[in-house]
Design a protein around this ligand. Structure first.
Ligand code: GSH
Length: 243
């Protein structure tokens, strides 16, 4: 029996997307299995009620950094961690910043209230969003300075750092505030275009690539999230990655 990595999570999760991206960048077959945070499927669970969870070779592993490093080391395909120790440190630095600061500001502070809360009928606290937008704008400015001087976060080559940050910025770009801020940070925009154009990113992008007819083609939309919520409700393995 073929033992492909199995990634349990939801399509909207940026962290689950990172794990899928690692497999896709390595050119490896994998299965993506719908499991909401806190869920238990076939005995697989995340002890702290998050996603993703990896099951592979009879082992269950959680925490995206652990999963990403392990998959990169074990799967054939191009290495996603630089051999140079300073570049490795820069990669770690950006992964840590993404998980500890950027995720909170961008995902919880802007993406969630703008794109997800309205679908759930939740009240929108515009003052709270405005505060997060200020923080997000400052964070993007810092990233822009780095990417003005080099192609990728840790140097001239793509690393795991890209695979953590790009899903976050992809969704951020779907919010009006994020879209505007990314337009004002041209080096980040150039980087995002380069990463999202990669076959691995294209193959794992959960958003339906159709623009609702009523919306201008270049306008950030929230409608795609509704499609995502529906697709992640449907269950089953990712069609592109069945084992
Ligand atoms: N430290 C975890 C964070 C994972 C995480 O926060 N995942 C989100 C989805 S992107 C989640 O499960 N959220 C559910 C919750 O916060 O209750 C990791 O690196 O895997």
């Amino acid at each position: 029996m073929t033992d492909h990595p199995q990634i349990f999570g939801v399509a909207v999760s940026t962290f689950a997307w990172t794990a899928r991206l690692v497999c896709a960048e390595k050119g490896a077959a994998y299965a993506f299995i719908d499991m909401v945070p806190g869920g238990v499927l076939d005995g697989v669970r995340h002890p702290f009620s998050r996603v993703p969870v990896l099951r592979w070779r009879g082992q269950v592993l959680y925490e995206t950094l652990a999963i990403a490093r392990y998959l990169d080391r074990e799967l054939p395909g191009p290495p996603l961690q630089p051999p140079d120790s300073l570049a490795q440190a820069h990669m770690d630095q950006w992964i840590s910043a993404t998980c500890d600061y950027l995720y909170d500001t961008m995902v919880m502070g802007v993406i969630w209230p703008r794109l997800v809360s309205p679908l759930e009928g939740g009240a929108i606290d515009e003052d709270a969003i405005a505060g997060q937008v200020r923080a997000m704008t400052a964070q993007l400015g810092e990233i822009d300075q780095v990417l003005a001087a080099q192609a990728y976060l840790a140097g001239p080559a793509l690393t795991l750092a890209e695979l953590f940050l790009a899903p976050v910025l992809y969704w951020l770009d779907k919010t009006p505030e994020g879209h505007a801020a990314l337009t004002d940070t041209p080096s980040v925009r150039r980087w995002l275009q380069a990463v999202t154009a990669r076959p691995a990113f294209q193959a794992t992008t959960p958003m339906p690539r159709v623009t609702p007819p009523a919306m201008p083609a270049d306008e950030p939309i929230s409608a795609g999230i509704a499609g995502l919520a529906r697709s992640s409700d449907q269950g089953g393995a990712d069609a592109a990655s069945l084992d």
